[in-house]
Design a binder for this molecule. Structure first.
Ligand code: ADP
Length: 659
């Protein structure tokens, strides 16, 4: 049951929050709509203003806007401003969709349907009443669904389709009765009894009329009562019962005067005149018809006016007063023509409005569809991006897990290998000095082979463990001043035999000796240089050349390099490195060519390796806050373009603040 006007007024004066105030303003405006249009206008205008101001300046209070617009649309409709009414109503409808509040829609659809009805567009009107009914049912608002049925009935009434008027009235009546909506029961009953009379179901019509009268009297609905009495009188007239008709009409007249309703009054007066005419009481017909003419002229009710003139002409003719009869007959024609002209002008105007609104509707529909499509597209895109991100996250996690497993495996295996290896080296060491063995060159070679193999295996294990440390960023770097020339010279010395073996030349630039010391970890940096120089030997053919140069700077030559640093460049005249592989070679286990085809030697041409050397080297250099990269024109095993490995190490280590 909706709140009464007094309740709403009380609530308005106590409204504590802006939302409460706006909601109550709108509810009150809607409640007084039929009684006091100007008050409804003021109230809804204020609700609309408040919904877009203050707290709601940047984000309007949508419910407030929708309800305010709905009331304003109804008011515009009552003022025959169908254009504005439809614009407002469609806006409110779109907004309800946008914020996903279908419960606001039925009342708005009712305004739209009624506007189209008043504009004479039967099909649109029916369409919107049906929409109102459907949405009303969907959102569980049965009152709105019943109102839609009632509205649809009125459209059928205008089409003189009484069977359908009856159906709609009965259906809506049942719901109004169920909900105890007296005002609406009255309206539905009135429509129903009218249809029943027209269809010739007089008994039933009379029964319904009694029911309606009783209800209107009980609820004090005077206007409703007047309407029922007029309809009833018309029914009696059809049944040729002038006495009963007159009694109803006189009472209708009384009620009309009470509420000062010219429509009711003029209708009753015209019907009184018609009833007297029908019962051949021509004298008596004159006065009410004259009164009807005066009132109808005043209120510009054209149909009643020309009908009354026609009845007057008929009465005078019957009374033998031909000049009067002729005069009224002429006025009847003139008035009817004026009325038709006006009606036509209005219809043309309505058609224009309809055309405009239909064009506007089509555009609005188009944009709404476009908006919906964009929304759908965005949602789809978002879902896709989310799914991809999720897939990537999972794949990444899986890789991380795999990597961890591999690292764990390497660590465990390396440690497990170390114990038997130590035993093996120990035994070999005991065997070697044995005089018997020393005397037998064959056996000595075998023992030497065991020692070299064990040493190589030990190195591989060290490399693997180092890689795991680099990977898990667990590399512990000590920091002491280091003379890089000494490290390089030491490695050159160690590799001298291999270089000779390969008939290569190694040239260390003189400037290396005068380079400043750098801060760092001697053992770790020695690993870097030996890996890179070993590679240079390995990937350069027999007879090739390896050169080591160095320089130092105060300010970095390019933005991604450290200030104050030393740069060592190890160049070779080897097979070179493909442009695409120049970053990949620094990732672990990356090796060019077929891993199984390599021979397993540190320095043999294209000898085998673990594919870990450069990854470890880069890890160590980065732990020193330096940079390691390669430059090469490409891989070519015929022309040997060679490679240049750049190793940049800052002079001083900067440690992050403990904070
Ligand atoms: P590996 O144990 O295979 O030598 P590295 O990590 O030391 O592993 O090197 C990775 C790959 O980089 C090598 O397999 C090789 O293809 C390439 N590479 C390294 N140094 C050179 C070089 N001086 N000339 C040509 N290719 C090189």
């Amino acid at each position: 049951m909706p709140d009464s006007i007094t309740d709403l007024e009380a609530r308005l004066s106590q409204a504590a929050t802006p939302v409460e105030r706006i909601d109550t303003l709108n509810a009150l405006a809607w409640a007084v709509l039929r009684k006091d249009a100007s008050r409804a206008n003021a109230l809804s205008a204020e609700a609309l203003r408040l919904s877009k101001e203050g707290t709601f300046a940047s984000a309007p209070y949508q419910k407030g806007v929708i309800e305010g617009q709905r009331t304003q649309a109804s008011l515009q409709m009552y003022n025959a401003q169908y254009d504005q009414a439809l614009t407002l109503a469609f806006e409110a409808l779109a907004l309800s969709d946008e914020i996903g509040k279908p419960e606001f829609k039925p009342a708005i659809l009712n305004v739209i349907a009624s506007c189209y009805h008043l504009l004479g567009d039967v099909s649109q009107s029916m369409d919107y009443f049906l929409k109102q009914e459907k949405v009303g049912e969907e959102v569980g608002d049965r009152l709105e669904a019943a109102k839609a049925m009632l509205g649809l009935g009125v459209v059928y009434f205008d089409m003189d389709d009484y069977p359908n008027l009856r159906l709609c009235s009965e259906r809506s009546l049942a719901i109004f009765e169920e909900l105890g909506q007296d005002y609406w029961i009255g309206l539905a009953l009135n429509n129903l009894l009218y249809a029943l009379f027209k269809l010739g179901y007089h008994e039933e019509a009379l029964q319904r009329a009694n029911q309606a009268q009783e209800l209107c009297r009980r609820t004090g609905n005077i206007r409703g009562l007047g309407n029922v009495l007029n309809s009833l009188a018309e029914g009696y007239l059809n049944m040729n019962k002038p006495v009963e008709a007159l009694s109803c009409l006189h009472e209708a007249l009384l009620q009309a005067k009470k509420v000062n309703d010219p429509n009711l009054e003029i209708e009753a007066l015209t019907l009184i005149g018609q009833t007297y005419l029908q019962s051949n009481q021509y004298e008596q017909a004159l006065a009410p018809l004259q009164q009807a003419v005066t009132q109808a002229e005043k209120y510009k009710l054209w149909r009643n006016l020309y009908e009354s003139h026609r009845f007057l002409a008929e009465a005078y003719k019957q009374l033998g007063d031909y000049p009067q009869a002729l005069a009224h007959y002429e006025t009847y024609h003139v008035t009817k023509e004026t009325s038709f002209n006006e009606e036509n002008a209005r219809k043309i105007q309505n058609l224009e409005v309809l055309h405009r609104t239909q064009v506007a509707r089509k555009e609005a529909d188009y944009f709404a569809r476009l908006y919906q499509r964009t929304q759908e597209f965005n949602t789809q895109l978002e879902a896709e991006v989310q799914k991809r991100t999720e897939d990537l996250r999972k794949a990444y996690e899986q890789l991380e897990r795999l990597d961890r497993t591999k690292s764990d495996f390497i660590t465990v295996t390396a440690h497990e290998l170390r114990t038997p290896l130590t035993v093996l080296t120990g035994y070999a060491q005991i065997l070697l000095p044995d005089p018997e063995l020393q005397r037998d060159p064959k056996k000595k070679d075998l023992a030497d082979g065991i020692v070299t193999g064990a040493k190589r295996l030990s190195e591989v294990i060290d490399t693997m463990l180092l890689m795991v440390k680099v990977d898990s960023r667990a590399l512990e770097i000590t920091s002491e001043p280091i003379d890089l020339s000494k490290i390089i010279a030491g490695i050159a010395n160690e590799l001298n035999a291999a270089i000779k073996d390969r008939r290569q030349t190694l040239e260390i630039g003189r400037e290396i000796r005068s380079l400043p010391t750098v801060e760092g970890d001697k053992t770790a940096l020695a690993i870097v240089f030996s890996k890179i120089i070993e590679n240079a030997i390995k990937y350069t053919p027999d007879g090739g050349h390896i050169g080591i140069k160095g320089c130092t700077w105060e300010t970095s030559p390019q933005p991604d390099l450290p200030e104050k640093a030393v740069e060592i460049i190890v160049s070779d005249t080897g097979i070179g490195i493909d442009l695409k592989a120049q970053e990949l070679i620094f990732t672990k286990f990356y090796r060019t060519g077929n891993a199984l085809q390599h021979s397993s030697s540190k320095t043999k041409f294209k000898g085998g390796g673990t594919g870990l050397g450069l990854a470890i080297a880069r890890g160590i250099i980065e732990a020193h806050q330096g940079k390691l990269w390669v430059e090469s024109e490409g891989h070519d095993e015929q022309h040997y373009p060679g490679s240049h490995f750049h190793i940049v190490i800052p002079l001083k280590q900067r440690f992050p603040d403990p904070a």
